[in-house]
Design a protein around this ligand. Structure first.
Ligand code: SF4
Ligand code: SF4
Length: 458
């Protein structure tokens, strides 16, 4: 008979409490690259909204008018196919970069990372480096601690507010918004959106930080299936680093059977997600290469060759050659090139005028001259930045007569609505096809299809 196992109270933690990550400051090549990329992106984000072109904000999503101005080009809702194309190109660009070099986007260009690095810099200048911050957090609240925290959160909030105002400034002209917002005269929705975005920026970059990358970002989940053995990833060279262990600085390299890792944990202390890269590739790794910079400076001090942690591939670590040009990468590159060409030609060839036709709900009527008449509402859109004069015409049943405005002059990006009546002498036997043509002074035309109905055609 089997022996009874005494009952034990087992507690399984399904929720791991967050471990606060205190990152250490460091210097190095990849930090400089990241700073340069971050500075460029921040400049792009904060400065673009202030650019003017053709007398208006150069990049402006005018939602009430349903017009989107992007550096001299005007887009209408009908052009949304271009936006879809742009998103597809962006997605394939991201797939290509991920297969080639892992999470480059996350480490260097993702807004979550860029803003988190600035917030971390604010933290460093107000509360000090890693050890000072740990000591400060453990100390009881006093005037010094309160002042440092107050300044840090004040800086975070200012940055978050500037970010939110800039973002909303792409939808509501930023020059007016910046003045009206602080005078209390901005639209109520502007306050709501700026408030929400300020809280989101402050929360994401100040408090949540690596939690966003680890638990909230979907890209972190699927990127791992995109990596292969030839993808460049930040890796620890275990063959070279193990057996890890501390040693005297003047100890000979390899003495006592030790590898190159001196177990200083600098790579862990600089990691923004708080992981130990020596345990292998982990989903938390955003590929920022902070650990590469930290370990390289340790290697320099030890007079060991750099690259114990480096950008490498699984193949290289296993002593195999890396295949850069592999089918998956070439496939993504090919799709990316084709999509870019399609997008560029769709952009260049898109008509710079738009014509929308809607037929009146009343099928037909007899006018005072006894003719059968149909009524149409024509929406004429000038998608160009310059003024144009447009002439309208219609082709369909014989003996078609036009009543109403035939010519309209529109300023760049403007739209006009015209109501016209078309009539024929005798009722058509069937519903007749009708084509409206819009022609500008240079002869460029846009067509729109409609139909003509009469009593016999019902
Ligand atoms: S920084 Fe380099 S030497 Fe120090 S623990 Fe990390 S891998 Fe080892
Ligand atoms: S392990 Fe290295 S590359 Fe990955 S997130 Fe941490 S510091 Fe960045």
């Amino acid at each position: 008979m089997s022996e009874l196992i005494p009952h034990q109270d087992l507690t399984v933690e399904l929720y791991a409490a967050r471990r606060h990550v205190y990152t250490r400051a460091f210097t190095g090549l990849f930090r400089n690259v990241r700073r340069a990329v971050g500075a460029m992106l921040l400049l792009l984000f904060f400065a673009t909204g202030w650019l003017n072109m053709d007398g208006r904000q150069a990049v402006w999503w005018d939602l009430p008018a349903r017009k989107f101005y992007v550096l001299g080009a005007t887009f209408w809702p009908q052009d949304f196919i271009l936006l879809s194309g742009l998103l597809i190109v962006g997605a394939f660009g991201l797939f290509f970069v991920t297969v080639w070099a892992g999470r480059l986007w996350c480490g260097y260009a993702c807004p979550q990372s860029v803003w988190t690095w600035i917030f971390m810099w604010c933290e460093k200048i107000t509360e000090g480096d890693r050890h000072q911050r740990i000591r400060l957090d453990q100390a009881p609240m006093g005037l010094g601690k309160f002042t440092r925290k107050f300044i840090k959160h004040g800086l975070w909030l200012l940055l978050a507010l500037a970010t939110a105002l800039t973002f909303v400034g792409y939808f509501s002209p930023i020059r007016a918004l910046a003045v009206e917002f602080f005078q209390g005269q901005a639209d109520a929705w502007a306050y709501v959106w700026v408030g929400l975005l300020t809280v989101a920026t402050y929360g994401n970059a100040g408090w949540l930080r690596e939690q966003v990358c680890i638990y909230m970002c979907p890209y972190a989940r699927f990127q791992s299936v995109m990596l292969d053995k030839d993808t460049l990833i930040v890796s620890y060279d275990a063959a070279r680093g193990e057996q890890r262990g501390p040693r005297r600085k003047d100890a000979a390299r390899g003495a006592d059977g030790l590898g190159d890792c001196i177990d200083c944990t600098m790579c862990v202390q600089v990691c923004p997600t708080g992981i130990d890269i020596r345990q292998g590739l982990q989903i938390e790794c955003i590929g920022c290469a902070a650990c590469v910079d930290a370990c390289d400076s340790v290697m320099d001090k030890m007079d060991y060759p750099r690259g114990l942690i480096r950008y490498t591939t699984e193949q290289q670590l296993a002593g195999q050659p890396t295949r850069t040009l592999r089918p998956r990468l070439l496939g993504y590159a090919a799709v990316l090139v084709v999509m870019l060409m399609l997008l560029a030609s769709a952009f260049v060839l898109r008509p710079l005028a738009g014509l929308d036709v809607s037929k009146d709900r009343m099928l037909y009527r007899e006018n005072s001259a006894g003719r059968i008449e149909n009524v149409y509402t024509l929406k004429v859109i000038n998608k160009d930045q310059h003024a144009h004069t447009y002439t309208l015409a219609a082709e369909g049943p014989d003996d078609l007569q036009w009543q109403g405005q035939r010519q309209v002059r529109l300023a760049g990006g403007d739209m006009a609505t015209l109501v016209v009546q078309l009539s024929v002498a005798s009722a058509p036997q069937t519903t007749q096809k009708l084509t409206f043509t819009l022609r500008n002074e240079q002869g460029a035309t846009v067509n729109a299809a409609s139909r003509f109905t009469g009593p016999a055609a019902r």
